[in-house]
Design a protein around this ligand. Structure first.
Ligand code: G4P
Length: 294
């Protein structure tokens, strides 16, 4: 898979985030709770370095609850602060401020001891496109100020958004790119809607999704599409869903694109329930900073 803009944009995004880091006390690293590994930028630990950080597992409302709990335990074991949130409904956001205060207690105590006037905590949200950065900023700010959509290349003066008295957010989040060359990462990101459907083949995304559902959530699939059992052959599975849901073309043949689209749409609109695509056991046992996503 070749993405033309990858190297140039990656370097630029990295430079921009590095510049912003100079202005802030803490980083909120937003990941998708359904794919907490694949939705991380592979160089994030290196970029953030030793800045205090909270990993926010966003879209937790769409992820398998039990799996999200395991991810929170995983991060805790690694000594990384993590919270599960739903930026759209505003669930879990109060804890962000509380945890930030705890993490920065010593730094602020030292500043006070040196006679530096107390100020609000300054934070930066970083994450890959579509992970919910603007939604979170808007929620925290309680009004619609952050623009949705990412436009690499457009820079403007930094300004701050007040979140109560204790927190200030940089109004533009740090946009980082996921690791696109890896096929499985790409499929997971496409299935969860983080990358545009045109980048990968729709049927490939649907096949990947269906295989994952057969392995991890077979009952959901049976219930939704009326399977008794699953055939070994993925074409049979497509045929069954296509027939059942009327995804047909002339002559009564199954329209595979339509069927693929239906499965992906139903996954993304949660008709198949809360589905996670990654488990902490998928992590190779390297330090968090050197994790392999292959
Ligand atoms: P970005 O700035 O990181 O690029 O992401 P953005 O906030 O634009 O969010 C991307 C999509 O994810 C939006 O949906 C947004 O509503 C949705 N989203 C963000 N946080 C959550 C969450 O915690 N739970 C759920 N379920 N969805 C979330 P969209 O379809 O692109 O737009 P719209 O439906 O909001 O119009």
């Amino acid at each position: 898979m070749t993405i033309q803009w990858f190297p140039g944009h990656m370097a630029k995004a990295r430079r921009e985030v590095t510049e912003k880091l100079k202005l802030i006390d803490i980083v909120y690293e937003l990941v998708d709770a359904r794919v907490p590994l694949s939705s991380r930028n592979p160089m994030i630990d290196e970029i953030i370095s030793n800045k205090p950080r909270i990993v926010l597992l966003n879209k937790a409302d769409m992820a398998d609850e039990a799996m999200t709990k395991e991810w929170l335990q995983y991060f805790e074991l690694k000594g990384v602060c993590a919270l599960a949130i739903d930026a759209q409904k505003g669930v879990g956001l109060k804890q962000i401020v509380q945890l930030s205060k705890q993490l920065l207690h010593d730094k602020f105590a030292k500043m006070k001891a040196k006679g530096i006037k107390p100020r609000a905590i300054r934070a930066l949200i970083v994450g890959i496109p579509n992970v919910g950065k603007s939604t979170l900023i808007n929620r925290l700010a309680k009004k619609n100020i952050a623009k949705t959509g990412d436009r690499p290349g457009i820079t403007k003066a930094q300004s701050w958004i007040k979140v109560g008295k204790e927190l200030e957010l940089l109004d533009t989040p740090g946009i980082l790119w996921p690791k696109f060359e890896d096929q499985t990462v790409g499929l997971k990101l496409a299935a969860t809607g983080a990358i545009k459907d045109e980048i990968l083949n729709l049927q490939d995304i649907a096949v990947f999704t269906l295989r994952h559902l057969i392995n991890e959530y077979p009952e959901r699939l049976k219930e939704r599409y009326g399977f008794q059992d699953f055939s070994e052959d993925i074409v049979d599975i497509f045929d069954h869903i296509g027939k059942k849901r009327g995804c047909l073309m002339g002559g009564g043949y199954i329209d595979y694109d339509k069927t693929a689209e239906l499965v992906i749409r139903e996954l993304r609109t949660m008709k198949l329930g809360r589905i996670s695509f990654e488990h902490p056991k998928d992590v190779t046992e390297a330090p968090l900073s050197q994790q392999s996503l292959e």
